[in-house]
Design a protein around this ligand. Sequence first.
Ligand code: THU
Length: 165
Amino acid sequence: MNEFTIDTPIRSYSWDELSESDKHLVEVAKRNTQNSYSPYSHFCVGAAALLSDGTIVSGCNQENAAYPSGLCAERTVLFAAGAQHPDQPVEVLAIAAYTDGHYTEDPVSPCGACRQVMLETENRYKHPMRVLLFGANHVYEFRSAESLLPFSFISDDLKGGVRAR
Ligand code: THU
């Protein structure tokens, strides 16, 4: 028997330690929480994607009375970016959440389905996507989507062969 471990490097920043560009992107994500359509959970999530050409695509979670028909903020934004700017890699994705009248103190951890879509976005453009998770107390940075979803199912697995990465 062999045991091995996959590490997930996470950087934790205070607000003041962020670059001006990252602060701006997080502010856009925070603002977008206010556009959230979340009458069922009252959990308002905003996201903002910075593309390679400098464009920012932003959005928020969209719920539905038929619950599974709704969509998280992250996928709303990444699918919109892919639809509107298919040639632009995503450099950074920022995420923030607001509930009970305030932004969450700790960063919100993206769901598994969103991590899967983040990873495919990164692989699609062969370009690492940094992920910024806002919390009022600290902001987490993942240097790539892959670190959020280790040992993941990717397109190479469909071929049944050896992984290219
Ligand atoms: N949600 C997101 O938009 N992103 C996440 O990372 C976690 C959860 C949404 C889905 C649903 O509308 C609400 O938050 C509660 O789960």
